[in-house]
Write a protein that binds this ligand. Sequence first.
Ligand SMILES: Nc1ncnc2c1ncn2[C@@H]1O[C@H](COP(=O)(O)OP(=O)(O)OP(=O)(O)O)[C@@H](O)[C@H]1O
Length: 252
Amino acid sequence: MAETIIETKDLHLYYGQNEALKGIDLTLNKGEITALIGPSGCGKSTFLRCLNRMNDLIPNVSTTGSVVYKEQDIFGLKTDTVDLRKEIGMVFQQPNPFPFSVYDNITYGLKLKGIKEKEQLDEIVEASLKAAFVWDNVKDKLNESALALSGGQQQRVCIARVLAIDPDVILLDEPTSALDPISSGKIENTLSELRGKYTMVIVTHNMSQASRISDKTAFFLDGSLIEFNKTRDIFLYPQEKQTDDYISGRFG
Ligand SMILES: Nc1ncnc2c1ncn2[C@@H]1O[C@H](COP(=O)(O)OP(=O)(O)OP(=O)(O)O)[C@@H](O)[C@H]1O
C-alpha cells in the first residue's frame, strides 16, 4: 500500500485577482515520480511552488486550502520555510549553481545545517555527486568554479546540491528544458536511478519525458486538475477528452 507524503486539499492560489489554481486535490506517494503536464500558463509551476512555499516570495499572492506534509498544513504558523525547503528541495529550469567552486556548492547547505567537519563534508560531497551521476565529470575539478561546467553538468551539480541536504521530496521545474538532448537524457537517467529513494515532482512540457520517467501524471488545464492517474493510463487510456486532446497534440 503506497504511503502518502504530500496531500493538497482544495488548494487555490491567487496572483492579485487572478485565480491561478482553482481547488487542487492531489495526493503524492512516497518514492514516486509524478509529472505535471499541461499547456503553458495552466498553473503547473505555481502548483509545484506551493509544495515548498516558494510562492511566498512573490508579492500579492494569496492561498486558500491546504498542503499537508507530515500531518501538518505547511501554510500553518508552525512551519519554518527554511526548514521546509531543506526537506522539500527544488531544482529550477535554468541550472543555477552558486558562483563558487563545485565543492562549495555542495557544502553550502550542509554548513547551514551545522555540518563543519571536513571529513564528513568530503564524504557527502562525493556521495551526492555520485548519486547525481556527475562525480566522474567533476572529481578532478572540485575546486574549480561550477559555472565553468557544461549546462548539463551544472544541472546535475544542482541536483547533487539538493541531494546533499538529504531531502524527502525534490521538486523539479522543467529541469531539462534548457539542455541539449544528451544532457537531458543524462538528467532523466539520474532521476530514474533516484526513483524510490526520493519522492519527485517534475513539471515538463515533454510528453515523452513524462511517459519515460514518471509513475503518475497530473494533467492541468486553466488552473484545474483535469486528470491524475498512473502515467501509463493517462497516456494510453485517458478518461477525459481534454487530456486526450492535449496528449495527442490537438492543443497546447
Ligand atoms: N509571479 C507571477 N505573478 C503574477 N502572475 C503569475 C506569476 N507567475 C505565474 N502567473 C500567472 O499564473 C498562471 C499560471 O502560471 P504558471 O507559470 O504556474 O503556469 P505553467 O503551467 O507553469 O506555465 P509554463 O508551462 O508556461 O511554465 C498564468 O496565468 C501566469 O500568467
